[in-house]
Design a protein around this ligand. Structure first.
Ligand code: NI
Length: 213
C-alpha cells in the first residue's frame, strides 16, 4: 500500500469513529477476523555481537517500514495473528579493529503469535493483548563493502513476544499500537567461511489501525 492510501485509510477510520455515539457497545471477541496495518520500526538490540573470533564488532541499524497482520479470534479472549511486512533493509556497520566496513541486508520476519485478550468479550473500548509465538526470518540481498567478498546470513527461527492495544472506534475500526520482541540470531559467513553469530534480537514497534471484518 502506498503511503497516501495508508493516510486515507487512517483518516477514514478517524472520521468513521467520530460519527458513532459514545455509549455504543462493540462486540469484540470470538469469530473476529482482523487485520492491523501500520508503520513499524525495527530496532535491533544495542550490541549485536562480534564476528571472526571477536575481531569484528557488529552494529545492525534501525529501520522503518510498512507492516501488516492478519488474525483470527477463535475465543473471546484468545486469537492467533501473523505479522507480515514488506522486506526491511538494514544497514550493518562492521568495525574490524578500527576499520569501518559497511554491509547491508534485507529481511522478512514473519511472526506467528497466540494472543490473550484479558478484556475480550466485554464492552471495554480499550482492549490490551499479550502474545507469544515463533519468528522465522529470511535474509536476502546481503552486501558487504569488500571487493569480491560475499556475505551470507542464514535464516533464523526463534521465539517471539508481543504486547499491544486496540482503542476501539466502532464495530470495525480501532487505533492500534503493538510491540514485538523477536529472537533473531543468524550465522554469518564470508565467502563460505564461518564468521560467527549475529544477534539481532529486535524490538518491532508498530503504530496504525486495526480493522475487524
Ligand atoms: Ni538472540
Amino acid at each position: 500500500m502506498k503511503k497516501s492510501s495508508f493516510s486515507a485509510l487512517l483518516v477514514a477510520g478517524v472520521i468513521a469513529g467520530g460519527l458513532v455515539t459514545v455509549n455504543q457497545a462493540f462486540a469484540y471477541g470470538a469469530g473476529d477476523i482482523y487485520t492491523r496495518v501500520g508503520i513499524a520500526k525495527v530496532a535491533p538490540k544495542d550490541s549485536n555481537g562480534s564476528l571472526a573470533d571477536g575481531t569484528i564488532d557488529v552494529d545492525v541499524k534501525n529501520e522503518l517500514g510498512l507492516a501488516f497482520t492478519l488474525g483470527y479470534r477463535f475465543h473471546d479472549k484468545l486469537g492467533v495473528e501473523l505479522l507480515a511486512a514488506l522486506p526491511f533493509e538494514h544497514e550493518i556497520d562492521l568495525d574490524a579493529a578500527g576499520t569501518d566496513i559497511n554491509a547491508s541486508t534485507k529481511h522478512l520476519p514473519p511472526t506467528l503469535t497466540l494472543q490473550y485478550y484479558p478484556l475480550g468479550g466485554t464492552d471495554a473500548r480499550v482492549q490490551p493483548y499479550l502474545g507469544a509465538g515463533i519468528n522465522y526470518t529470511r535474509f536476502s540481498d546481503e552486501e558487504i563493502g569488500i571487493d569480491g567478498a560475499e556475505l551470507e546470513l542464514d535464516s533464523s527461527w526463534g521465539a517471539a513476544g508481543l504486547i499491544g492495544v486496540d482503542l476501539l472506534i466502532n464495530d470495525n475500526w480501532a487505533l492500534n499500537a503493538a510491540a514485538w520482541y523477536l529472537d533473531i540470531d543468524t550465522d554469518a559467513s564470508l565467502g563460505g567461511n564461518d564468521l560467527g553469530t549475529v544477534n539481532i534480537d529486535p524490538i518491532v514497534v508498530m503504530g496504525g489501525i486495526s480493522y475487524r471484518f
